[in-house]
Design a protein around this ligand. Sequence first.
Ligand code: 5GP
Length: 130
Amino acid sequence: MASIFTKIIKGEIPCYKIAEDDNFFAFLDINPNAKGHTLCVPKKEVDRLLDLDEETYLGLMAFSRKIGLAIEAAIPCERVGMTVIGLEVPHVHVHLIPLSTMANATFQSKVSLTTEEFEKVAENIRAKIQ
Ligand code: 5GP
C-alpha cells in the first residue's frame, strides 16, 4: 500500500507544499516542532534512509540543503536542524526544523498553527528558494 507521503506527493492528500522537482518533494510537517518545520521526501518510496541508493541519498541531501537555506532565510531562528527518524512514517523523510532552543529538536514540544498560518509560512519559505 502507498505510504501517506506517496499519497501527499500524488496530491491524493492535501499538504502545505514547499517545493518539488523530478525526484523530491518538500512540505510542512502537520504537527510541527516549530514554525517552518518541513519534511523533504524522495518520491521513490523507501522506508529507511540508509537503504536509499547513493544517488538518491545524495540528491535528497542536496534538495534538503536548498530547502533548509530557504527556511533559514524565511523563519527567525538560531539555525535549521536536520534529523531523520522514520519511526512513524515508513517513507524516508528529512526533518528540517528551525531551532531556537533544544526543545525544538525533541519532538516533545509542539506548536499549533491555523490554516492561515501554515499557508503564510509555506508562502514565506517558497519565496526564499533560490
Ligand atoms: P517520523 O516518522 O520521522 O517519526 O515522523 C513523521 C512525521 O510526519 C511527524 O513529524 C508527523 O507530524 C508527520 N506527518 C505524519 N502524517 C502527516 C501528514 O499526513 N501530513 C503531514 N504534513 N505530516 C505528517
